[in-house]
Design a protein around this ligand. Structure first.
Ligand code: HEM
Length: 403
């Protein structure tokens, strides 16, 4: 349900929700005047969380809990201490933040139980206001079938899913915005790509063609580079056989926990193209073009040692072109921000749409000027949990674009 038709319906709804959210934002008034925001990141975070929650869970989870965006990001900041197993009595703020979120979710569960019989909703319905997406609805039915009847257990599972939907994609969208806004020439090229993906013959105030947006060469390369540079997820596995062997003479006992950091692969100097002496692009620095292959440039593309080169595609008049194309060829076991194998992130297609749409909508609705000379680094305190968000606040000036 996070692929195929269900995915496209969900992405369209997400798009409409984010557009509605930013258009009606009271933080940025109409008119030519600039408004100073103390932090662009929290501005994006709060708007996107509400929009994503409405798209996936329907309008009532936000409607019944007007502070849900602030509650969620407060909870997210404290996830790590709970994951580390710090006892409750030593960690009261984290426990309170978690309980605030599960209380919000229980309110929604009770409201739905009182107002809608989930089993009366026809199976083919992809979205309705009580449970939102079919994905959310079917999960509620499965939880009950699998004996997870307890209200608190269901609220915990729903919170885990709200976390999976937002905690990685939203910081990634923030990085996309920051890197683009920070570099005037990149900004110009991104705006051209967005213009090319915009739907003009529509009644909607702002809409993007999802296929064009998600297939654009530059936008995809920025997306892949942001995840390569900013994701540090710990992928956890347990061998099902004894004496599981790994290269280097390591053996792992059955049922022993293995924890692998995606960062090892995503930053491996033996794998990735880091430019050359004349034009270096170190792996710890953002390079918008890292994932673009130019047919007549053997040094282009993501890999240090390209596995294969695309032949220049002939243009319509028969001449060959050197147009770049996005490529993850040969990167399967190296570009692993979404993990891998059977447990590979099921939300990865939605995440791509979420990140590109969020960036596209914010860049098309607002003019934004960062009020910092240097971009912040990643918050390594979040290492292991997915996308590391920017560390610290990013003040900016913002105003609405004229139609
Ligand atoms: C940039 C965004 C995202 C990143 C970097 C990310 C990363 C990951 C990683 C590393 C895993 C563990 C994979 C493994 O163990 O091999 C995972 C699992 C998961 N992700 Fe994502 N994710 C993102 C967005 C999303 C979104 C948008 C959703 C939901 C719509 C989602 C839902 C899930 C779920 C449900 C799992 C658990 C899968 C399982 O255990 O079978 N993720 N994700």
């Amino acid at each position: 349900m996070l692929a195929g038709q269900g995915l496209e319906i969900l992405a369209e709804r997400y798009q409409d929700e984010v557009v509605g959210q930013v258009r009606s934002s009271s933080q940025v008034p109409d008119g030519d005047g600039w408004t100073e925001l103390p932090d662009l990141i929290s501005f994006v975070e709060c708007h996107v969380l509400e929009a994503a929650t409405r798209a996936l869970y329907g309008p009532h989870l936000v409607g019944l809990n007007p502070t849900i965006a602030a509650d969620f990001w407060n909870f997210n900041r404290r996830v790590k201490s709970m994951f580390m197993g710090v006892p409750k009595w030593m960690n009261p703020l984290a426990v309170r933040a978690r309980n605030k979120m599960t209380d919000n979710i229980k309110r929604w569960q009770r409201y739905n139980a009182a107002n809608c019989n989930i089993d009366d909703i026809p199976e083919e319905v992809e979205w309705e206001p009580f449970y939102g997406s079919k994905y959310t609805r079917v999960r509620q039915q499965l939880l009950t079938k699998r004996g997870i009847m307890n209200e608190s257990a269901r609220a915990a599972e729903n919170l885990a899913f709200v976390w999976a939907t937002n905690a990685n994609s939203v910081p990634a969208a923030c990085w996309f915005l920051l890197e683009t806004l920070h570099d005037p020439s990149l900004y110009k090229r991104v705006q051209e790509s967005l213009q090319g993906a915009r739907i003009t013959d529509t009644d909607k105030s702002l809409a993007f063609d999802m296929t064009k947006l998600t297939n654009d060469t530059l936008l995809q390369s920025i997306f892949a580079e942001i995840l390569r540079l900013r994701v540090a997820a710990l992928v956890v596995r347990e061998p099902t056989v004894d004496h599981f062997s790994l290269p280097g003479g390591w053996y792992i006992k059955q049922h022993e926990t293995i924890s692998m950091s995606t960062r090892t692969e995503l930053m491996d100097p033996n794998v990735w193209n880091a430019g050359n002496a004349a034009s270096p692009h170190p792996l710890d620095k953002f390079w918008a073009e890292r994932f673009i292959v130019y047919p007549d440039d053997p040094r282009s593309g993501p890999l240090k040692e390209p596995k294969r080169r695309l032949k220049p595609a002939p243009s319509k008049d028969g001449k060959s072109t050197n147009e770049g194309s996005f490529s993850l060829d040969g990167c399967t076991w190296h570009w692993v921000p979404f993990g891998g194998g059977r447990q590979l992130c099921p939300g990865r297609h939605f995440a791509k749409r979420e990140i590109l749409l969020t960036s596209a909508i914010f860049l098309s609705t607002f003019e934004i000027e960062l009020m910092v000379d240097k971009l912040p680094g990643p918050d390594k305190g979040i290492y292991g949990f997915g996308t590391m968000p920017p560390k610290g606040k990013v003040p900016c000036r913002i105003r609405r674009r004229r139609e």
